[in-house]
Write a protein that binds this ligand. Structure first.
Ligand code: 8YV
Length: 323
């Protein structure tokens, strides 16, 4: 396989502002790149180029299901921008002999930082306080706002102790927090106590952070019984995938005081945010920005393109995912 002959179809091109302006043209000089996101008619573009496309560069924001994959009979590799790949039907890709890569590791710190931003903002009511100030309601020196909750010393429960979960746990030390976690399997190499079940972890935790993978296996793992176990003093934080949480149950739990608050960076049907969550003043809501720093997005794009180039050179991906 030669570098230059490789036809690549890119669904989006997410280079950060710091990238050299000729990044795309340099890529186009090395490969035969079809920029799908620039096409006025995406279906016509796929009809014209799909039969020759060997590599698809895509993003965790874009669904790549079996029907989509099958528009590319010559496809050999899918390079995803994002650590999560629940957007891709990996099992179908494997059946077709198509390899899939993601962008692990490089985003762990920024995602963990944002989880802590959500913890601090939600427990201290920073979003509601800022809305109060900006709307001109701060008219007497003592702000007429409900008190927040102390963060230091709270019990931190982590659902999914992968690399991002561990980066979140490491930061808890600075807040003198005991940490426990629930995972498919215990991780004896980690210095945290394992909770054998999710209800047990939710019952114990003051703050339950979701850092698990998305997809069918974890769909609505956080449902009303788990929220009830977390309880009226408990907070839910989600930087993983919206699909892990039953949003209807969560909106009800926030409204009825079944839990104290929630900090969410992800939603089940992005960019749609259910009205019940938008109305909840005890929730911090962010538009899926956990990895959106100049440094991290640069590193993610670099790893995505490194995968693409490695595949072109050797037929092997650097960070191939296993179904
Ligand atoms: C990004 C993500 O927002 O890595 C993931 O799985 O969801 C986020 O980092 C996304 O990948 C950008 O395409």
């Amino acid at each position: 396989m030669s570098d230059t002959a490789l036809p690549v179809l890119m669904q989006c091109f997410a280079l950060p502002p710091s990238a050299p302006p000729d990044s795309l043209s340099r890529l186009q000089a090395a490969y035969e790149v079809v920029p799908l996101w620039q096409a006025a008619d995406a279906s016509a573009c796929i009809a014209a180029h799909g039969h020759r496309t060997q590599v698809l560069a895509t993003s965790a924001f874009i669904p790549v299901d079996a029907a989509f994959i099958d528009q590319f009979p010559a496809l050999q590799a899918i390079c995803n921008l994002g650590v999560g790949y629940d957007n891709i039907d990996v099992a179908h890709a494997k059946r077709r002999g198509i390899k899939v890569s993601n962008t692990p590791d490089v985003l762990d710190d920024c995602v963990a930082d944002l989880a802590w931003g959500l913890i601090l903002s939600t427990l201290r009511g920073m979003g509601a306080a800022e809305r109060y100030l900006r709307s001109g309601q701060w008219t007497s020196r003592l702000a007429a706002l409900p008190m927040g909750h102390r963060v230091t010393g709270k019990r931190l429960g982590i659902v999914g102790l992968g690399r991002i979960g561990q980066a979140i746990a490491t930061r808890a030390q600075g807040f003198c927090m005991p940490v426990r976690y629930h995972n498919r399997n215990p991780r004896p190499e980690c210095p945290y106590e394992y909770a054998a079940s999710l209800p047990e972890l939710a019952e114990w935790a003051d703050i339950l952070v979701i850092a698990t993978t998305g997809g069918e296996q974890t769909r609505h793992l956080i449902n009303m019984p788990i929220l009830q176990a977390l309880g009226p003093e408990g907070f839910l934080i989600n930087i993983a995938r919206g699909s892990v949480v039953d949003e209807e149950a969560l909106a009800q739990a926030l409204e009825q005081g079944i839990i104290a608050g929630a900090g969410l960076d992800v939603f089940e049907d992005e960019p749609h945010v259910p009205a019940g969550l938008l109305q909840a003043d005890n929730a911090t809501l962010l538009p899926h920005i956990a990895s959106a720093t100049i440094e991290t997005r640069s590193a993610m794009v670099a790893l995505q393109l490194d995968n693409l180039c490695a595949y072109a050179r050797s037929g092997r991906l650097l960070t191939e995912v296993q179904p």
